[in-house]
Design a protein around this ligand. Structure first.
Ligand SMILES: [Zn+2]
Length: 246
């Protein structure tokens, strides 16, 4: 089976709220979505949008990069949906559902359990006695009669999940190729920056040589100023002559 928005929706419906489902539809085919633009598109405020993002981030279904907004001075996060992790989580939940269904069906078929015709809850005879043979979920009367229809639908679901797990979910290649291209572009940009730095380095020493040629005249003036300072010390030596007077 090929990975699709329908499968991703099935996953998000199970783990997060309806707002996150709307977010998924925006983020599914695009990369590096600005969180403020996401909030605008969802018609919610930034905190509500972030709540939806965190619901998906809890399961590592989305990843982010941050960039500093030069005008506002704060960091803005750009979000990308992780299709591979979403696929893996969906398969994990499918496996859990499969294990649960197999247990329920084997109990129902054994006849040692009571069933609720209302919602399909299966309860052991001992547990049923504790609740006076009423369903612990909806309080409907529990019955011993096997619900053949419910067993059939559960058997069908078990078969569907088994087939899905055996076949696996293939993630289409186009989104992968796009990611590789973007990483290649980044590596190409780096050498370009290095050549610019070298060019600026070459210019700087040229400016320094000009500056150095001018100050050469200034030390000559300073030396002239120091000479009077040396003369001032000489009168200090005259003080011992005052001691001679005392
Ligand atoms: Zn019930």
């Amino acid at each position: 089976m090929k990975w699709s928005l329908i499968l991703a929706e099935e996953l998000v419906r199970e783990i997060a709220g309806p707002e996150s489902l709307r977010l998924l539809r925006l983020i599914f085919t695009k990369e590096n979505l600005n969180e403020f633009e996401l909030a605008d598109n969802l018609k919610v405020n930034i905190n509500q949008a972030r709540h939806c993002l965190y619901e998906l981030q809890k399961y590592n279904l989305i990843s982010s990069t941050r960039k500093k907004d030069k005008q506002k001075g704060w960091y803005v996060y750009y979000w990308t949906f992780d299709h591979k992790k979403a696929r893996d989580l969906l398969l994990k939940l499918k496996q859990q559902r499969l294990d649960k269904l197999r247990k329920e069906v084997s109990r129902e078929k054994s006849g040692n359990y009571l069933t609720c015709l209302q919602d399909g809850t299966v309860v052991s005879a001992n547990d049923a006695m504790e609740t006076n043979f009423r369903c612990p979920v909806c309080e409907e009367m529990l019955i011993y009669k096997r619900d053949e229809k419910r067993i059939k639908t559960k058997d069908q679901e078990i078969e569907n999940i088994q087939n899905l797990i055996e076949e696996g979910i293939e993630i289409p290649e186009p989104p992968k190729k796009r990611r590789k291209k973007t990483t290649k572009k980044k590596t190409k940009r780096k050498p370009a920056k290095r050549t610019r730095k070298k060019a600026t380095k070459k210019r700087k020493p040229a400016k320094r040589t000009r500056k150095k040629s001018k100050p050469k005249r200034k030390p000559a003036k300073r030396r002239a100023k120091r000479k009077p300072a040396a003369r001032k010390r000489k009168p200090a030596k005259k003080t011992p002559t005052r001691r001679r007077k005392r």
